[in-house]
Write a protein that binds this ligand. Structure first.
Ligand code: SAM
Length: 235
């Protein structure tokens, strides 16, 4: 079990526990939390966090004053972890096990956050081994273009949003941020990038860098990536 002091990474106040096999909060989690905080949209509203992992973003929404928070996560290990973290923090986060698509079964949400798997991958990606402390491959692998979840999420986002509702999605340049903005606009939302951050490659991209260079997604020798948060409003 690793204790993550999320206040070093995010504006969350307390530490959370993350066992091996669960994605530990990283810069993408922190950028998403900061975008939510800067918007002021959690307070008093119904929030949902998709692909919730350790629950760090859902907990932040609760701490920012959300009236209710529902989290959706496929991995049972992560669900147990998020529930433990919510209970330890005394925060009322309801963690549902299953696909992010389950969110449409519940009431519409005023604010939705998602840090999905988004790293490009296919069978030709001859990675070097990644430390298991980086979390499970299911937390990041997302098909050759990295859009296995992003494309259907853009299409279905309006179904889970209340009138006037907002979704925040974080991902990296390697899974095509423009396509996310366009996909959300095509679905009828008003979308734009609200936060960006350059970060050094973590363990996954370090292991996959030569493949990304070979398929032309990465300039040879570059070892930094640009993260972006896309915000889309139902108007
Ligand atoms: C990049 S991690 C993000 C975790 C957390 N939200 C954070 O920011 O630290 C992605 C998470 O999505 C989960 N996941 C993958 N596919 C999913 C799906 N189809 N539905 C729900 N969760 C999924 C993974 O198990 C993993 O916990």
């Amino acid at each position: 079990m690793t204790t993550i002091f999320t206040d070093e990474l995010t504006d969350r106040s307390g530490p959370i526990q993350v066992p091996i096999g669960v994605y530990p909060p990283q810069e993408d989690s922190a950028l998403l939390i900061e975008a939510l905080r800067a918007s002021g949209l959690a307070a008093g509203n119904r929030a949902a966090d998709l692909c919730s992992g350790s629950g760090v973003v859902a907990l932040a929404a609760a701490e920012q004053g959300a009236a209710s928070v529902a989290a959706f996560e496929m991995s049972s290990r992560a669900v147990a972890c998020a529930r433990r973290n919510a209970a330890a923090a005394g925060l009322g986060v309801k963690v549902h096990r299953g696909s992010w698509t389950r969110a449409v079964e519940f009431e519409p949400f005023d604010v939705v956050t998602c840090n999905p798997p988004y790293v490009p991958f296919d069978d030709g990606a001859d990675d070097s081994p990644v430390s298991e402390e980086a979390g499970p491959a299911t937390a990041w692998n997302a098909g050759r273009d990295g859009r296995r979840i992003l494309d259907p999420l853009c299409e279905r986002a309006p179904e889970m949003l209340a009138d006037g509702g907002t979704i925040f999605i974080v991902h990296s340049e390697f899974s095509n941020v423009d396509r996310t903005v366009e996909g959300l606009e095509e679905a009828g939302l008003r979308a734009r990038v609200v936060a960006e951050q350059w970060i050094p490659f973590g363990p996954v991209l370090t292991a996959r860098a030569h493949w990304l260079e070979r398929i032309g997604l990465l300039e040879v020798g570059r070892r930094q990536e640009l993260l972006a948060v896309v915000r889309a409003d139902r108007v």
